[in-house]
Design a protein around this ligand. Structure first.
Ligand SMILES: [Zn+2]
Ligand SMILES: [Zn+2]
Length: 373
């Protein structure tokens, strides 16, 4: 540890529209934690939300119940890195390992944790959401949140995709068994694309819809059986029904988060169909609950990921497609481009990339690497 520097470059969030690049102390790994030299960091829709109209999740009003953090914070919760330090009680064999990490920290002892739903933990905290994250040279994170990638043949860039893939794996698990079933994915963006792949790998037959033809092409590449270009017009319904043909629709994943999307999902769902609400609605939506009762439709929520179950599966899925992720994350941007190359275009819906990655040590935009330099 003595060879490591005392301060580091970091992107620090001060409030909506206000990210500053500053020198910050290198974090000290607490008991059970690793210090990572950050490899690659994914920019998430929730980072965009914090930047455009936050703070929402970042604690600025009262200290976070689990981490005690309040005030300016280093974002970045989808990351990979190389272990350069270990906290108390952590085996030194972690040192110099390359790892993928999910930022989800739970207490492990509350009712939710004991029933295997750590994402519902009363003391749930996210690295990069409720404590300093990875948009910096270094980050401290629990060893339990990390899986070594050296033997999997994936790069640090690809490893940063394991967190959003964990979210997708969790979304799938919320629907229960999907093997052999026909499912609809509405919206192939930052989560939807990962979801298409996770569903295909779980044995589902996927019909994907989006308003962007390029994204539908990616869905096809990821294994979607059929795609439908929607236009938010009255023709969409029939186009989707045509695509479904004689297949019985068993699950709808509503990822768009739009009001039109949720209404379409409930309308398309036949008797007994599950509807997983992945996208977060900004306003209350009036729905016909009588139809849900009488047709035994099932409305399902989903949030974050269960680290113990979803993360190992996600790492497996990313590794299975290694070398073929550049269509999802074509570019890796230096941290200096965080606002203009990632947050702003994403907030305006102008990002062509499904996932934008950040290299805290990079100085130019570069393509995704599928092998470590
Ligand atoms: Zn995220
Ligand atoms: Zn707990």
């Amino acid at each position: 540890m003595s060879a490591e520097p005392q301060t580091m470059n970091a992107a620090v969030y001060y409030g909506s529209g206000d990210i500053r690049f500053e020198r910050m102390p290198v974090p000290a790994p607490a008991a059970g934690e690793l210090l990572l030299e950050v490899g690659t960091v994914g920019v998430c829709g929730s980072d965009v939300g914090e930047w455009t109209h936050g703070p929402h999740q970042h604690p600025f009003v009262t200290p976070h119940v689990a981490t005690g953090h309040i005030g300016p914070i280093i974002p970045g919760h989808e990351f990979s890195g190389t272990v350069v330090g270990v906290g108390e009680g952590v085996d030194e064999s972690w040192l110099s390992k390359r790892v993928a990490s999910v930022g989800s920290v739970a207490c492990g002892t509350c009712d939710a944790c004991r029933r295997g739903q750590s994402n519902q933990c009363r003391l749930y905290a996210g690295v990069g959401l409720h404590r300093h994250g990875a948009l910096a040279d270094y980050v401290a994170t629990p060893a339990a949140n990390c899986l070594p990638i050296d033997d999997l043949g994936i790069s640090l860039d690809e490893a940063a995709l394991c967190q959003p893939m964990s979210i997708a794996v969790h979304n799938v698990s919320r629907a229960g068994d999907v093997a052999g079933q026909t499912v609809l994915v509405q919206g192939v963006g930052g989560i939807g694309a990962f979801l298409v792949y996770a569903l295909v790998e779980a044995g589902a037959r996927v019909v994907a819809t989006d308003m962007d033809a390029d994204r539908l092409e990616i869905a096809t590449e990821l294994g979607a059986d059929r795609t439908v270009l929607v236009t938010r017009s009255t023709d969409d319904r029939q186009a989707i029904l045509d695509a479904l043909g004689s297949d019985e629709l068993r699950v709808v994943f509503e990822v768009s988060g739009s009001r039109a999307g949720v209404i379409a999902a409930l309308d398309l769902a036949p008797r007994g169909c599950r509807v997983v609400l992945v996208g977060i609605q900004k306003q209350p939506v009036e729905v016909d609950l009588a139809a849900i009762t009488l047709e035994e439709k099932v409305l399902i929520g989903t949030n974050a990921l269960v680290r113990e179950i979803d993360f190992p599966r996600a790492v497996e899925l990313i590794a299975k497609r290694r070398g073929r992720w550049s269509m999802i994350a074509p570019r890796v941007v230096p941290i200096s481009g965080l606002v203009e190359e990632a947050l702003r275009p994403m907030s305006l819906g102008r990002s062509k990339a499904i996932k934008t990655l950040i290299d805290p040590r990079g100085d130019t935009v570069r393509p995704l690497r599928s092998e470590n330099a």
